[in-house]
Design a protein around this ligand. Structure first.
Ligand SMILES: Nc1ncnc2c1ncn2[C@@H]1O[C@H](COP(=O)(O)OP(=O)(O)OP(=O)(O)O)[C@@H](O)[C@H]1O
Ligand code: SF4
Ligand SMILES: [Mg+2]
Length: 403
């Protein structure tokens, strides 16, 4: 049966690992050239993103579809070369993606795929899939030692008793069990970093929490650094030590999870939180009061011709003149918590106040809006309820510790 223990929020990482940066993206940009009848156009998919992954830390990257999350993960996994900027592993810039350099890189950085079925060869047994990963990393091991390693990996991902799983084929396993095999295969090389691109999104809701708990155990026991990519800010809060928010190819906010969730500093983060599903609220109120007046929020912007200034300005209820011309700088709002929004730059809030009042918005309403987005109001609680919902949904449906 499910125990209360595996529905508790995972413990947070220790602060003594703070300076231990394993993998870093420094000011990385990715532009794709797309050829069509109209000629060659450039998709500005990722622009000037900074990201640090520390040992024993889970960092979430959240954002809506098309915001560039996968592209960042693919640059970090060297699948896409960066257009500009650099990737650093253990503080050293990664120059080559071929031969031994690539092999060394993948011995430390592993990608977890979204679809556990597509990423496993259905014609091969678990013994073969995991054994091959072990042998690539440790080619001198004999048959018996490889088998021991494979059994150890199955135990590590809680597929127990391991002997019952070793000769199965992927199609004989459930989605959650397959995702555990994907995680075990990544662990075979004893990596420092795992890049999880929506690793639970294709799993049944009843087994998501188990996989999240497994990932936090790997963080705590093995010191693995994990990038957790998701649309779902509630699961990000559940698992991550820090949350970064992507919008239209740019990182707009980042900081300790609790701080980002309770005092979001960017209007887009606020929108994500307000629209996070909450069974305790009606569908109509799910958009949240802050964005009620905006009505139809519209589509994310084109990345071929992104909006000038702040890319969120066509959808932002606070957009000021400066937002349509100048890109906001990164501003630290509390220790480790930053946002890119003109409301936080010197004079930004005053400018908004003046523009809104001139536009006829009542002073009290302007003050309430400002307080909401600059963190001076009551802590934001909606997503907490959503996390509880994630847990209770899962608790109701999990039959045991394994999917
Ligand atoms: N190979 C490519 N060629 C051209 N454009 C691309 C390519 N890969 C991604 N893009 C574009 O880059 C942008 C970001 O895509 P990306 O897949 O990184 O977003 P995402 O945040 O992962 O979205 P989702 O949540 O749907 O997975 C999108 O506009 C996408 O169309
Ligand atoms: S910079 Fe301007 S448009 Fe962008 S989020 Fe802040 S207030 Fe809104
Ligand atoms: Mg994606």
């Amino acid at each position: 049966m499910t125990t209360a223990a595996n529905t508790q929020p995972p413990a947070r990482r220790r602060d003594d690992a703070r300076d231990d940066v394993v993998l870093e993206a420094r000011d990385v940009t990715k532009h794709f050239e797309v050829r069509s009848k109209q000629g060659t156009r450039v998709v500005r998919a990722v622009e000037g993103v900074d990201l640090q992954l520390h040992r024993g830390e889970i960092v979430a990257m959240v954002g809506e579809s098309g915001s560039g999350k996968t592209t960042v993960a693919r640059m970090l996994s060297l699948y896409y070369p960066v257009t500009s900027g650099e990737i650093l592993l253990q503080g050293r810039p990664v120059k080559s993606v071929w031969g031994k350099a690539a092999k060394d890189y993948y011995a430390q950085v592993q990608l977890l795929f979204q679809d556990p079925f597509a990423s496993l060869n259905s014609l091969k047994s678990i013994r073969h899939i995991l054994g091959r990963a072990v042998k690539i990393h440790q080619p001198r091991l004999g048959k018996r030692e490889v088998e021991q390693k494979v059994l150890g990996l199955l135990e590590k991902v809680a597929l127990l008793p391991a002997e019952q799983y070793i000769d199965k084929f992927p199609h004989e396993l459930s989605g959650g069990q397959r995702q555990r095999i994907v995680i075990a295969r990544a662990l075979a090389v004893e990596p420092q970093v795992m890049l999880g691109d929506e690793p639970i999104s294709m799993l049944d809701v009843s087994i998501r929490l188990d996989v999240l708990n497994l990932l936090t155990r790997l963080r705590d026991e093995d010191g693995v650094a994990l990038l957790y990519i998701t649309h779902d800010i509630a699961s990000a809060r559940y698992i991550a030590d820090r949350i970064n928010v992507m919008y239209a190819g740019e990182m707009v906010e980042g900081g300790p999870s609790e701080s980002v969730i309770h005092t979001p500093q960017h209007p887009y983060t606020r929108l994500l939180l307000d629209s996070s599903p909450n069974p305790d609220r009606g569908i109509e109120s799910d958009q949240g009061s802050l964005f009620d007046e905006v009505g139809d929020l519209g589509e994310p912007p084109s990345l071929i011709e992104p909006p000038r200034g702040c890319r969120f300005n066509p959808r932002c209820p606070f957009a000021m003149e400066i937002c349509t011309t100048d890109k906001p700088e990164r501003t630290e709002v509390s220790p480790g918590h930053w946002a890119r929004c003109h409301l936080h730059t010197v004079g930004g809030a005053e400018q908004l106040r003046a523009e809104r009042i001139q536009f006829g918005v009542p002073v009290e309403q302007v003050e309430a809006e400002l307080a909401a987005v600059t963190g001076d109001d009551e802590p934001h609680a909606d997503v907490e309820t959503s996390t509880v919902a994630l847990e209770s949904q899962t608790t109701d449906r999990i039959g045991g510790p394994q999917p």
